[in-house]
Write a protein that binds this ligand. Sequence first.
Ligand code: NAI
Length: 330
Amino acid sequence: MKVAVFNTKSYDQEYFENYNEDYHFDFTFLETALHEKTAKITSGFDAVCVFVNDIVDKETIRILAENGVKLIALRCAGYNNVDLEAAQENNIKVVRVPAYSPEAVAEHAMALILTLNRKTHKAYNRVREGNFSLKNLIGFNIHGKTIGVIGTGQIGAAFCRVVQGFGCHIIAFDINENKALNDLGVNYVSLDELFETSDIISLHCPLNQHTKHIINEVSIAKMKDGVMIINTSRGALIDANGVIDGIINKKIGYLGIDVYEQEENLFFEDHSEHIIKDETILRLLAFPNVLITSHQAFFTKEAMDKITTTTLENIKSYVDGTTLTNEVKA
Ligand code: NAI
């Protein structure tokens, strides 16, 4: 089985090579992203392995099919970057890693909350420079606050469990309620009530046509003054321009994002010696109450183990002709 692994970073290669000792697939590790212009290099491969920012659209899939690719193995949970209908039409199977470590993402969401609130990133730098002043470092107690969780699947539920330990009032919105969370004290409310009453809003729903820009000018206007918004899900859940206005007029008190709508041109790479031309991210970076991480919420040893082993098992199931338990269909 010849597999082209796109968007490979050194850590991907390390984990895949390590676990592949038991599978013996023929991996070719490519640094480039997969999109319609790079799809032509898949000639001779049986499968492609892709990540969150590869663009597996209709045209890309047409070229993959022409080149004989039969399997798209996502090494992530979200599949909004794959045209599933085009894959089906071209007889290409799509598999993913449905849950590699919900706790990894949930814990990172809490890390963003704690850092934004208690400003440990600023304190660290200050103290290293001999500045022991507390000026402007004041935070607030998370205990007793209302946390609104949008999307209570694997990650949202893990986040509720983390937040419960802080003694918060947890409210949630999901199109499919998770009854098990009621026992944890999570109350499902309407989306409007969540916007109106939450001190902190954390996004854990997938990106689709219903959730795109769910945080926008209109929803922001409904929120409490000084609200904290956390997004570890997908960048396009947030309308960045609406959020920038919300920060400028002090409606939004804090923004923590691990994902960004235009992240494919920036994230996962070192741009420290380049002129960044994306005005929106530059504006966001200039705010003192915005914290941005580069899509690292998933990045724990446990999650990398699970991503790699599940991807290898997904490919093995395809080779063996057994049921593709992690298949995603249109
Ligand atoms: P999941 O499928 O277990 O849960 C998603 C939940 O969102 C489900 O309960 C679903 O009913 C709900 N949902 C769907 N449409 C909704 C809507 N319109 N409004 C409210 N809720 C809605 O997915 P999981 O594993 O919890 O992952 C959630 C998202 O997290 C993924 O789609 C992915 O975009 C993102 N993610 C981010 C990572 C990172 O490193 N930053 C890593 C892994 C996932």
